[in-house]
Structure formats: structure tokens, C-alpha cells
Design a protein around this ligand. Sequence first.
Ligand code: CAO
Length: 423
Amino acid sequence: MKALEGVRILDMTHVQSGPTCTQLLAWFGADVIKVERPGVGDATRGQLRDVPDADSLYFTMLNHNKRSMTLNTKDEKGKEVFTRLIETCDVMVENFAPGALDRMGFSWERIQEINPRMIYASVKGFGPGPYSECKVYENVAQCAGGAASTTGFLDGPPLVTGAQIGDSGTGLHLALGIVTALYQREHSGRGQRVLASMQDGVLNLCRVKLRDQQRLAHGPLKEYSQFGEGIPFADATPRAGNDSGGGQPGRILKCKGWEQDANAYTYFITQAAVWEKICDVIGRPEWKEDPDFATPPARLPRLNEVFEAIEHWTMTKTKYEVMEICNPLDIPVGPILSMQELSEEPSLRETGTIVEVDHPTRGKYLTVGNPVKLSDSPSEVSRSPLLGEHTREILQDVLGYSEEEVSGLREAGAVGREDCATT
Ligand code: CAO
């Protein structure tokens, strides 16, 4: 039995943030019914296509373990089916532009009337307030949530990060909200509204930068390289390049081969507890006794000098050699791994973090499996559904429609003609 077995999710999500959430719930065993517009489907099916006429990797990698049905939720007959889905499901998840479901006639009040046990979960760009009506994509959230202003180098523009903290990050937050609401429903018997805004999610992940904003009021941020460089701090938390900015200073340093290989770098943390070992490894044993380097506070104004010396050593080693030498000494280091290296890493294949999936129209592809491992509820990754692949199955088996009624819905265009007929 899977952790969320018996939980049925009405999945009205599209693009990335919502689908990330429902994919996780599906991996934990929920029955996720993805409802898509007939003939159109989730826009990402056709975006960034690499194989003609096949669902894109963008779609397939975010919609595993789900069933797909097509339904025109703006059509009167479609609304009847949608109402039955709301009656039947435990959770509805959506990430449309603000107000889209209300415009269809399904406000939170109406949903509660139909099914008081329904948990209605949404991703929106912003929470209530001046921007609540805005449409938002990943990078807008990274900018509006504080990530961009604190990412990049001091002398450069704000930067977005490749980690999809706005979309996938908020999807993760929403999934936690949903399981929490399911837990509360066990006691209250009632559903509830769950909202995760992308701005809130990104800001939550940038918590340490708001910490630094407040520390600024009490003096310069000594863990930032700019302190040692004598560059004054302005009013806001600055961009800190690759500084860890935390209690254990760290940086990205060049390794052997960096001239040819864009990823021949390592992250190196000068953890206080292993400072003496670091001095020995990099050939600077005199720093162990030198009052300018022996203690963490003494080193803070000299981070450039410290990391230049360490880099002098790391440049003589590959990023893997740095790891092999430092790990046994408990010096925290990590190679900069490319997507190519990660996709070929055997240990990630063994744990199911990188998975090969077969798909009927695109063939084999790699994806990221469930990053959260439950000992009693292991996740197997099954391919994403074709558009409307399970329309008939859901209408008949879940909602109890007869063959005749299914044909009627198809004729009326409430469900996709071709999609429904293919099963
Ligand atoms: N049947 C009929 N209509 C359907 C339907 C169905 N099954 N499913 C969706 N629709 C309709 C919606 O009702 C809506 O119509 P209206 O505009 O008439 O109300 C429309 O399809 C979809 O609207 P949208 O505005 O959500 O889509 P968009 O592509 O213009 O905007 C996005 C996309 C992501 C900017 C917007 O959905 C959004 O801001 N979502 C919230 C924040 C979010 O999740 N962003 C992250 C996206 S991942 O990068």
C-alpha cells in the first residue's frame, strides 16, 4: 500500500508549479486525474518539443503517474461532469491565472457546497494584496521573492538561478499544505482552502537573506567578501557571488582543467572545525598559528587571501580528486556537477533519483524520480499520460457514466472526441 492510496486528486494544473505538486502526490500513491482542455491539453505538451508530434520532455517530466481526461469545463455538460468530479475527489489542485475557476462558476464557496470535505489548493503568483491579480512565471517569482536581488556578483546585474524555486519550489510547498490539510480533515471532517504563492515560496527559500537584511542594521556583513575588500555595504542585502555568506565561509574554486571544462570547479567550505587540516592540505601549515589566520574572526577580513591560497591548491587537482582528498578529512567540498555528469551517475540511478522511462510516442528518456524516499511507500515512476488517454475510464469507472452517456458527452464536445475514442 502507498502512503496516499485512496486519496483522489482532481488535477487542474498546468505548466510547472502545479504539476510538480500533483506529480509528488501521485508518487506517494494518490490517484491523480489530470483534467485538460479537449484537443489542447496542458500547453507544455507542445512546448520545447524535441521529438515531432510527441509530448515534450517539459510535459512528460512533470506529469508522471497521472491519468489524463479531457473535459471542457466551460461547457454546460462539461460543468456537470466537473461537479461530479468535485463530489468524488478529495483534493482539487489548480494554478490558473487568478479567478479562472471562479469565472467557470466554481468559486471556493460553490466548491464547499458541492463537497464540504474538498481541499482546494492553489498556486498563485502573489498572495492577497496589490499584485494578487498578476500572472506569474518562474523568473518573475525569483525576482519578486528576493532571490534575484541576492544572486550574482556585486558588480553585476541581478541573476536568476537554474533551480526552479518559483515553480517547483512552490509546488513542493503546496504539496505539504495539501497533506497537512488532509491530516486536519481526519479530525475536523472538513476540507479547507490551501494557497501557496510563488512570491511567498521564494521568499521562504531566501529566508537567510532576510536574516542578513536585518543584520545589516547592526554593522557590515563580515562573512561577505566585500567586507574584506573594503567595499561599503548599501541599504539592502547585497549579491554575494559564490560566498556562502554564512557561519562557515565557502566559495567556488577552480580545479585542474578549468580552462577547457566549464564545470571543473569545486565548492570549498572552510569549516572552522577542520581549519588546521585545511592548512596542512593546501601547504600552509604556518596559518595554524598565525594570529591573522588561526581563528574564524581573524580570517573574515582576509577571505580573498584564504581562498586564493586554497584555489592555488585546488587548481592542481581535479574536482573529484579534491573530494577524494578532503572527504576523509571531513573538509566539506563538493564538485560542480553538470547535468551530463548527473544523468550518468550510477548511484543516482540506483536510488531511483534518475530514472529511465519509456514513452509510446517519444521512446526512452531520462527523468528525475521522487526525491523524497519513504521506506514504507516506495515510488515507481510510470510514464505521463497521453492527452485524454483515460477519459473514458474515468467517466465510466470513477463517475459511473454509461457507454451511452459517454457518447453523448463526446457528441456534445464536452469531452475530447478523438482523445476519448483512443482508449
Ligand atoms: N476547459 C475549458 N477551459 C479551460 C480548461 C478546461 N479544461 N482548463 C483551463 N481552461 C481555461 C481557463 O478557464 C482559463 O480561461 P479564462 O482566461 O477565460 O478564465 C484559461 O484556460 C487558462 O488561463 P490562464 O490564464 O491560467 O493561462 P495562461 O496560459 O494565459 O497563463 C500562467 C499561464 C501560468 C501565467 C497563469 O496560469 C498563472 O499566472 N498561474 C498562476 C501562477 C503559476 O502557477 N505560475 C507558474 C506557471 S509555471 O511556470
